[in-house]
Design a protein around this ligand. Structure first.
Ligand code: DMJ
Length: 934
């Protein structure tokens, strides 16, 4: 990296230096750390063994590449089971996957720079000659712009980068005269018509011969593209511009990135998976770091590295902040909804996110990288490969595995960052598994089902472009590679682009950004470097200590045949095992029992706790059996409770002057007390209870008598609060969340559960309001003292009598604002009032098991009793809830027209139509998610 200048040291002052240096500094630090990292943990691997493994990688590459060249070339890909080439149109269509195939000898081009990394210079020279001789980029075939860019344009540019490096060294490629670059330029121009949209986002597909719009093109009618598809161009396009001086490519790629940045969801700073290329509307509003988005983030950070443009780093850091806030739930990375980022959009993860730990290393955020990588490794150890998708409790969701390289990529970067030989052992396992399970006589075959070991007749070109590069580099010493790998950046397809491009042909970046280096805000460096700089040298076991708790996060076995032992023991007078219904997550004794039974808890960010049993971790076979039974009970309990808990949200409507029913707040129902459905309702003035938490006999019964008592959440069970206010004579109760700022805008609504005992004695209705909605009532009391509300299943028409009395007043606007508190939240359930450590019971939610998943892992998701009540909820389906909420919103929309918009209570006002739009977007997004496919 020496060519591009010095570096911004982690935590050091900021000199005016080339901007890529942040990463250079991080990498350098990591490498320094690497020499002193371990003193225990994984044993060091001898040079001899590393060389042996490196040679094994070379042999495997020869097997893959040799078979492609012998049996498939000039076809795009090898079909390793039938030992022939895959030619588009000659094989049954596989849908979108085939859009990578452009009849341009894809695998050969994708393999070019791998040949040089693997020190096969002679073969590289031959391969380049073949590309120049045989490859036609003008075929009448519709290809993916994204895939063609990362694999073909990237492959040609990577080949060119190393060809000129070799030529300069003076031995190989002496005849080379930028021919690969000329081909790249030709291809670049072929891709440009895709950008002919008002947004600047490219069409997803283009005909190599006919472009986009002409009838012969058979493409150009698409309206949507994935975020990664539109946001993963800058490295290749900018490199093409800087190599050739033709600025147009970098300009187009920048414009697309600028547009995506503009369209980010402003409150969460997240982007959705799919966007309309004409309107810029998000088509799929789920957001993660895997399929559909992955390399958009990757390219923001790497564009900063390669191009030295601060704005890319600022964007990356803004997104990264959001990712770590909402999506990262270490060790998991879970998709969320861009408008409701506290709401998980899925209960499974896809294999593509395995690149993310590698990106985190580049960012300098090592800890979560280690955690996620370890989690992924546990999944791999269980299934030999990373299934295309797996659930949060590590069961197979989609069983295929097309030999993806992302995990090897992250392993390589983590090894570079930590120097921990553990990662070499991980690499060794990957090699062993590939040879054992994927190797076939004619190459390596993708796994059709990781559980059965069945194969698919495909060997994707990225297997050669990426997998072998990362595996070889993992075991290589500096002297094993004929050039300095650190002078290059890896594209998403692992093609190598030289860092010296940062200072070449900078005209485009000069045009768009200030030429002065501007000091970045310190927050941009919040997650950089300190982990490696401070922690590794001082604590050599740091990485291991992060990994250790995750060692058995994925269950490996399910104890069978030990039940008899348990029964015998029980007869001999041992303590009866812990039952799921008695379990309390805040009871230390119970947690100890869980541990003994081999059951561990994973805390999800949304407040759920996932229980996973590792039978082999149990203290004895009897404990393992108890653990299994406990898990089974938990699953049953959960499904039972889920059935009981399909209550729709309720409404708290402020009916007194000056609100007159216009203010309707969405409230969570209770599983006890008066059932507000079936047209029952309760109307009354509100009064705060004393003590406000309602956890003991009220000291102000006269104030709440005949009224609806306001009680703060926390300290005891919901049912206990209900009994205390009922005893004081209240006719209803509203529990207000104590988590300041919580709102049904951002948190899923839930319902209040009983206390596991008989709650028939509770006769009054109870509703729950998040803090933001609750404060509307509290503010109203402060201002008007007498505030009357209606508790019901659905907002009622405004009281005509009251309405007649209405006088125009500035307060009306508060109604307007409050009315907007009705949100489009999905129905969520909070099973218990978690704050009562002594009395609440943990409730579980079973993860639906994959019908084809044959493994016996016993795991369950459970709601948690933790100290953060607002985060404690479970998600249920939206089904059946849409109509009601829609109607309510419609009513709100109508009432809003009457309201005076001049005054608010100092809270942000969101127009009702935008709420409606949000709501419709949510419904669409959830519908999309249901149909979701990679
Ligand atoms: C590769 O083609 C690239 O890494 C891309 O960004 C997504 N993943 C595939 C391989 O899995």
């Amino acid at each position: 990296m020496s060519e591009a200048g010095g570096g911004r040291g982690c935590g050091s002052s900021v000199p005016q230096r080339a901007p890529w240096s942040l990463v250079a500094a991080a990498a350098a630090l990591c490498l320094v750390a690497a020499t002193s990292v371990w003193t225990a943990g994984a044993a060091p691997m001898s040079r001899e063994e590393r060389q042996k493994l490196g040679n094994q990688v070379l042999e495997m590459f020869d097997h893959a590449y040799g078979n492609y060249m012998e049996h498939a070339y000039p076809a795009d890909e090898l079909m390793p089971l039938t030992c022939r080439g895959r030619v588009r149109g000659q094989e049954p269509s596989r849908g979108d996957v085939d859009d990578a195939l452009g009849k341009f000898s894809l695998t050969l081009i994708d393999s070019l720079d791998t040949l040089v990394v693997l020190n096969k210079t002679k073969e590289f020279e031959d391969a380049v000659r073949k590309v120049l001789r045989d490859v036609n980029l003008d075929n009448d075939v519709v290809v993916s712009v994204f895939e063609t860019n990362i694999r073909v344009l990237g492959g040609l540019l990577g080949g060119h980068s190393l060809a000129i490096m070799l030529k300069e060294k003076g031995e190989y490629m002496q005849w080379y005269n930028d021919e690969l670059l000329q081909m790249a330029k030709q291809l670049g121009y072929k891709l440009l018509p895709a950008f002919n949209t008002t947004s600047g986002l490219p069409y997803p597909r283009i005909n190599l011969k006919f472009g986009i719009r002409k009838p012969e093109a058979r493409t150009g009618t698409e309206t949507d593209t994935c975020t990664a598809c539109a946001g993963t161009l800058i490295l290749e396009f900018a490199a093409l511009s800087r190599f050739t001086g033709a600025t147009i490519f970098e300009e187009y790629a920048r414009k697309a990135l600028d547009f995506l940045w503009e369209k980010r969801q402003r409150s969460s700073n997240l982007v959705g998976v799919t966007i309309n290329i004409h309107t810029g509307d998000w088509v799929r509003k789920d957001s993660g770091v895997g399929a559909g988005i992955d390399s958009y983030y990757e390219y923001l950070l790497k564009a900063y590295v390669l191009l030295g443009d601060d704005s890319f780093l600022e964007r990356f850091n803004t997104h990264y902040d959001a990712i770590m806030r909402y999506i990262s739930q270490p060790p998991l990375l879970l998709d969320v909804h861009i408008h409701k980022p506290m709401l998980n959009a899925r209960t499974w993860m896809d294999a593509l996110l395995a690149f993310f730990p590698g990106l985190q290393v580049l960012k300098g955020d090592i800890r979560p990288a280690i955690e996620t990588h370890e989690m992924l490794y546990q999944v791999i150890k269980k299934h030999n490969f990373l299934p295309e998708a797996f659930t949060t409790d590590f069961r197979v969701h989609w069983a295929q595995h097309p030999l993806r390289p992302e995990f090897a990529e992250s392993t390589y970067f983590l090894y570079k960052a930590t120097g921990d030989p553990y990662y070499l052992e991980v690499g060794k396992t990957l090699i062993e598994n590939l040879n054992k399970y994927a190797r076939v006589p004619c190459g390596f075959a993708a796994m059709k089902d990781v559980r059965t070991g069945s194969h698919e007749d495909r060997m994707d070109s990225f297997f050669l472009a990426e997998m072998f590069k990362y595996l070889y580099l993992l075991f290589a010493d500096k002297e094993d590679i004929i050039f300095d790998i650190e002078d290059y950046i890896f594209t998403t397809e692992a093609h190598l682009l030289p860092l010296w491009l940062s200072t070449t042909n900078q005209s485009i970046s000069k045009k768009n950004t200030t030429s002065e280096y501007t000091e970045l805000d310190d927050s941009n460096f919040d997650w950089t470097c300190p982990n490696t700089q401070i922690l590794f040298p001082n604590d050599p076991l740091y990485a291991q200590s992060i990994r250790e708790p995750l060692k058995n996060v994925v269950d490996k076995s399910c104890p069978r045949g030990i039940i008899r032992v348990r029964e015998e023991s029980f007869r001999s007078g041992a303590k009866p095992p812990l039952r799921a219904r008695d379990f309390m997550a805040t009871n230390p004794e119970h947690l100890e029992i869980l541990k003994k039974m081999g059951v561990s808890l994973i805390h999800l960010k949304d407040g759920r706790v996932q229980l996973v049993q590792h039978a082999i971790q149990a203290a004895s076979s009897i404990d393992a059996e108890d653990g299994l039974r406990f898990m089974q009970e938990m699953i049953e309990l959960s499904s039972q409770q889920q059935k009981e808990q399909q209550l729709p949200p309720r409404a708290v409507q402020i009916v007194s002057h000056p609100f007159f029913g216009r203010v309707v707040l969405t409230a969570g129902p209770a599983q006890f007390g008066l059932d507000l459905s079936k047209h029952k309702e309760t109307r009354g003035f509100v009064a705060s209870s004393k003590p406000y938490n309602g956890c003991s006999e009220l000291t102000n019964p006269e104030a709440v008598m005949g009224k609806i008592a306001l009680i703060q959440r926390g300290q005891c069970m919901f049912a206990e609060k209900a009994r205390n206010i009922q005893n004081a004579g209240a006719i209803g109760g509203i529990v207000i969340d104590d988590n300041e700022g919580s709102s049904s805008d951002t948190a899923p609504l839930f319902q209040m559960a009983g206390d596991g005992k008989d709650t028939d004695d509770i006769k009054i209705p109870m509703l729950f309001l998040f803090s933001k909605e609750g404060s509307i009532i509290l503010d109203a009391i402060r201002e008007y003292e007498e505030v009357e509300v209606l508790l019901s299943d659905k907002a009622k028409d405004r009281d005509p009598e009251m309405e007649n009395e209405e006088q125009p007043s500035s307060e009306n606007d508060s109604q307007n604002q409050s009315a907007e508190q009705i949100t489009s939240s999905s129905q969520e359930v909070d099973l218990v009032d978690q704050e009562s450590p002594e009395e609440s019971s943990l409730n579980s939610q079973p993860e639906s098991s994959s019908p084809t998943d044959t493994d016996n892992a016993a795991s369950v998701s459970a709601s948690e009793q933790n100290s953060n009540p607002v985060e404690n909820h479970e998600t249920t389906s939206l089904d059946g809830e849409c109509t009601d909420l829609d109607n309510q919103l419609q009513e709100q929309s109508e009432t809003e027209e009457d309201s005076n918009p001049n005054v608010s209570w100092g809270k942000k006002v969101q127009p009702i139509d935008s709420i409606l739009a949000d709501w419709n977007e949510d419904i669409e997004a959830f519908e999309m998610m249901e149909k979701d496919e990679l």
